[in-house]
Design a protein around this ligand. Structure first.
Ligand SMILES: CC(C)(COP(=O)(O)OP(=O)(O)OC[C@H]1O[C@@H](n2cnc3c(N)ncnc32)[C@H](O)[C@@H]1OP(=O)(O)O)[C@@H](O)C(=O)NCCC(=O)NCCS
Length: 180
């Protein structure tokens, strides 16, 4: 159960200057497998998953759930964005009872270094602010993940705390919605 369970999903595709954000479709399956099998993508998020296992276990439409946007460039998936409820058991919260919405982002390595992550996340955050007005969004990333730290800063996230988890220093930040 997440706050987005009460929001119509998927929304109409969201167009940015160069990208489209949309719900996942069956034609995205191979690119999802690329994403999760990529050692570069997995470096700071628990590692790549075996391709054979992904081929065998991925559903026909991977990632079809509220809050998961496919990032499309020229008709193909180049990454994904998630807006999920942060696990209450993990460290890093705004409130003792948890329940915060957390932003995540993964881009295929061949599309890194062109500003797509910030462009796509900014649009997803705008959509979220319309869907759930007044709700903050949190983000957690390893401090060693310099690319992700730069994305967080460019999107306007500010530090709440740092802590150790999975044997690494984690940065936990928040972005409050623009006041209306
Ligand atoms: C985190 C991740 C999405 C960042 O990707 P990225 O390509 O570095 O981020 P962006 O798409 O925003 O691109 C930013 C870079 O594009 C450059 N750029 C080039 N053209 C640009 C343009 N037209 N507009 C904006 N930036 C542009 C920027 O200068 C910036 O370069 P810099 O990092 O050297 O300063 C990517 O590294 C990734 O998927 N990592 C694996 C998954 C992961 O760890 N996710 C985080 C979990 S919380």
């Amino acid at each position: 159960m997440t706050k987005l369970d009460h929001v119509a999903w998927p929304p109409a595709p969201i167009k940015t200057e160069r990208l489209v954000l949309r719900g996942s479709e069956a034609r995205d399956r191979a690119a999802f497998i690329e994403l999760f099998a990529s050692p570069e993508v997995g470096t700071y998020i628990g590692g790549a998953r075996p391709r054979e296992e992904l081929e065998r276990t991925s559903p026909a439409i991977p990632g079809r759930r509220p809050g998961l946007f496919v990032i499309e460039l020229d008709g193909s998936l180049i990454g994904m964005i998630t807006l999920d409820q942060r696990d209450a058991e993990r460290p890093g919260h705004l409130r003792p009872d948890g329940g915060e919405t957390e932003l995540g982002y993964l881009i295929l390595p061949q599309a890194w270094g062109r500003g797509y992550a910030v462009e796509a996340c900014a649009a997803a955050l705008d959509w979220f602010a319309e869907a759930l007005p007044g709700e903050p969004v949190v983000l957690c990333t390893q401090t060693a993940n310099e690319r992700s730290m730069r994305v967080a800063a460019k999107l306007g996230f500010t530090e709440v705390e740092r802590f150790e988890e999975y044997g690494a220093e984690q940065w936990f930040g928040v972005r409050h919605p623009p006041s209306r």
